[in-house]
Write a protein that binds this ligand. Structure first.
Ligand code: GLA
Length: 731
């Protein structure tokens, strides 16, 4: 049911559409032989490509001088024994100081479903028939270490997950210098481009493609967070691959800290693709008997283009990564006061916003930054999580009660991972921030990072946050994180362990989130890191919504949501209607366009609704009703990208229900083009033989819409937009 292993250690992992093949060489190397479209018979030994004449390709085995790691495609490449491409594992031998590792095949086992990764977020199974897991054990005899390579095959989702663990059976501590989660070698095949998602604060997830050439390329974060700069994802695509067709080989890492994804092409055109913990921001002292587990990588192969890849990630992440009662629940329309008030509010203002929001159809009120301590600017009070009674004299409970009386859920912003240098908490515990003794403590947004590698700090935050939730009837938490890590040290650990702190920080964060989400399963957590600074699958495991970007301008959002949707479903992307001129970029998109952009993801409102005109209020109220009526389609339908805003003067995507009976087409003009005509858009993914009723009253067959195309009315001004709702005539 997904894994076949024979007596000579040939492994065939297969899903409905994909095959992944490995075998053990005579020398005990675990050899990767194929990953791609499902095939029948594994070509055993086909990897063997002798290089006996090349003295610059050394031979790791005296018995066969034709074998070289330059040409052998490897599953778990080591360092120092003639594999000159980037390694997956490096260990310091305490006796010799050497970094050499020699992991040789020992055994394998196949288990139903999937063992959880202790302390780490991971894709999960719901029953034994969901998946099967192959665990291959490799051993380094000299170091007395065992390595466990996990491969879980989710046949129905067409996904394979991989991760790596190592146990120390020696009497000494050893130091792991590098341990990646997944390596794939493509033998004699460098006909690829590398696809990645790069960005910055307020302009996250820009897709980029580069040709590989004959060298290495790194996509990485050393920021202690997955980062705005690069998403923890890479793909190799064929030059001809587009959104609709062509091969894609991709890896997405379920991790929220520093990561490395690397692609390198060697002199024999062997292409190596890898992902895992960033070795520059990681080392780990593994004591005798201990096990270390590296994060999980999710592998998706698609031969139906980038949309095909995205659909697989969306489905898996919605169904086997997100958890809890909110996983399948309609997500509430929220109203957030941040861009309405920033720090400048009082109780009265908040109540006015709540009341006005309720009238517009909002279902959740979120009180953003500024409700605690003396927080009137971003320079103070993080860590002092007690209500500011000057602003809110009746406290949070009163506000929460008011929200509940108005039929709204009540949500609260917190930034638990941070501490302001002037806070009471910092005065009491100056060692509770990440720092290196004798070094300056670098500030970011005027704040320091709390030391979540310490259990005491984690416990303190668990108690503090739990009390706030319980005492105030909190239904939602916006979990923010507004700077990256510096001086990643902790005085709670020995000198030898300082290289562990970045990873221990993330483990502490995961542990805290795990405890909170278990203690308060009904609370909806939305994570945020100045927008998309930690928009990654690791956070999704705990927080089934993520604030996509602080850029709320609809035009910017067209690009950001386009790119984010490469991996993440629109269900998990927070998208709010904000004021014009836009606060970040001073653009002015129409209210229609701002609403449509938000409706095509997880809809919210973030502006001073008390200042809207009557017409504007009526429009938002009406659109909220439309959103609620079609919410399951908008939130849970499959989004496919149709027309690329980085190439075209407009961007188009379609959201289609699983049964293909309903769909919504969103078309966003960028800059208007003078003297232009109406332009059709050829839709995709509809049922060709069904007739669809359109919201403008017309009827067309799916094949007409997909081949002749849908007429898009001429859009006269910049940032115009149009939405069509489609319903199958028989439906
Ligand atoms: C970050 C978030 C914003 C807002 C502010 C509050 O920038 O991304 O949405 O919550 O913090 O300080």
């Amino acid at each position: 049911m997904g894994i076949i292993a024979d007596k000579t250690f040939h492994f065939h992992l297969f899903t409905e559409e994909t095959s992944y093949l490995m075998e053990v060489s005579g020398s005990g190397d675990l050899v990767h032989t194929y990953w791609g479209k499902r095939i029948h018979s594994p070509p055993q030994g086909a990897w063997f490509n002798p290089v006996e004449v090349a003295s610059f390709s050394p031979n790791p085995y005296a018995s066969d001088k034709r074998i070289s790691y330059d040409t052998m495609p490897r599953e778990f490449p080591d360092f120092g024994r003639s594999d000159y491409s980037s390694s997956a594992i490096e260990i310091t031998d305490p006796e010799s100081g050497s970094h050499i590792v020699n992991p040789i095949f020992k055994s394998y086992t196949i288990v139903p479903a999937k063992p959880p990764l202790s302390g780490l977020p991971a894709v999960y199974t719901e029953n034994d028939s969901d998946a099967q897991t192959l665990i291959i054990t490799l051993k380094d005899e000299k170091l007395n270490l065992e390595f466990y390579l996990y491969y879980t095959v989710f046949s129905d989702f067409n996904v394979i997950t991989r991760h790596t663990a190592v146990r120390n059976f020696s009497k000494h501590s050893i130091r792991i210098e590098k341990i990646l989660s997944c390596t794939i070698d493509f033998l004699s095949d460098a006909n690829f481009e590398m696809l990645h998602l790069h960005g910055a604060y307020s302009r996250e997830c820009r897709p980029a493609r580069i040709s590989l050439g004959s060298c290495s390329h790194r996509v990485e974060s050393r920021r202690g967070a997955s980062s705005h700069e690069q998403n923890p994802f890479i793909a190799l695509v064929r030059p001809e691959t587009n959104q609709f067709s062509g091969e894609v080989y991709s890896m997405s890492l379920i991790y929220s800290g520093s990561f490395l994804a690397e692609v390198s092409v060697n002199c024999y055109e062997k292409t190596r693709m890898q992902i895992g913990l960033h070795p520059d921001d990681f080392s780990w002292e593994l004591k005798s008997g201990e096990l270390f587990t590296a994060p999980e990588a999710v592998l998706v192969f698609s031969e139906s283009g980038i949309n095909g890849m995205s659909a697989k990630y969306h489905s898996l992440y919605k169904n086997r990564l997100c958890r809890g009662p909110w996983k399948h629940a309609p997500r509430p329309i929220l109203i957030n006061n941040w861009e309405a008030t920033y720090f400048d509010f009082d109780e009265n203002k908040i109540i006015q916003l709540m009341d006005a929001g309720a009238e517009l159809g909002a279902e959740l009120f979120v009180l953003d930054d500024g409700w605690f301590g003396e927080r009137n600017s971003d320079a103070v009070s993080l860590g002092d999580w007690t209500v500011n009674t000057e602003k809110l004299p009746h406290g949070l409970r009163d506000l929460s009660d008011h929200a509940h009386e108005r039929g709204l859920l009540f949500g609260l912003w917190m930034e638990p991972e941070m501490i302001s240098p002037g806070s009471r908490l910092y005065a009491e515990h100056p060692d509770w921030c990440l720092h290196a003794p004798g070094r300056h403590r670098s500030l970011g947004r005027n704040q320091l990072v709390i030391d979540l590698s310490r259990k005491t700090v984690e416990n303190y935050l668990f108690d503090t946050i739990s009390a706030i939730i319980k005492e105030n009837g909190v239904d939602y938490i916006k979990w923010d994180m507004n700077r990256n890590i510096t001086e990643a040290g902790s005085t709670a650990y020995s000198c030898n362990q300082q290289g562990e702190i970045s990873h221990r920080y993330i483990l502490g964060l995961y542990s805290l989130l795990d405890r909170l989400t278990r203690a308060f399963p009904e609370v909806l957590f939305e994570s945020c890191a100045g927008g998309g600074g930690r928009f990654d699958p690791g956070m999704l495991f705990y927080t089934p919504q993520i604030w996509t970007s602080d850029a709320t301008d609809a035009h910017e959002r067209l690009k950001i949501q386009w790119g984010t949707s490469f991996i993440y479903p629109q269900l998990v992307m927070g998208a709010h209607v904000s004021a014009i001129p836009n606060h970040q970029i001073h653009r002015a998109a129409s209210l229609d366009t701002r609403v449509r952009m938000s409706m095509s993801a997880n809809f919210g409102i973030e502006l001073d609704v008390t200042k809207l005109t009557v017409e504007e209020k009526e429009k938002i109220a009406h659109e909220s009703e439309v959103y609620k009526e079609h919410r399951l389609l908008f939130q849970y339908g499959q989004l496919y990208r149709i027309e690329d805003p980085f190439v075209s003067d407009r961007g188009v995507w379609i959201i289609i229900s699983e049964d293909l009976k309903t769909a919504a087409v969103f078309c966003f003009q960028q800059l208007a083009v003078p003297n232009s005509l109406e332009k059709r858009v050829r839709l995709r993914y509809l049922d060709p033989d069904s007739e669809y009723l359109l919201s403008d009253g017309k009827r067309y067959y799916g094949d007409t819409l997909m081949n002749y195309g849908l007429e898009i009315p001429k859009m006269e001004s910049d940032f115009d937009s149009v939405i069509f709702l489609l319903k199958r005539a028989d439906g």
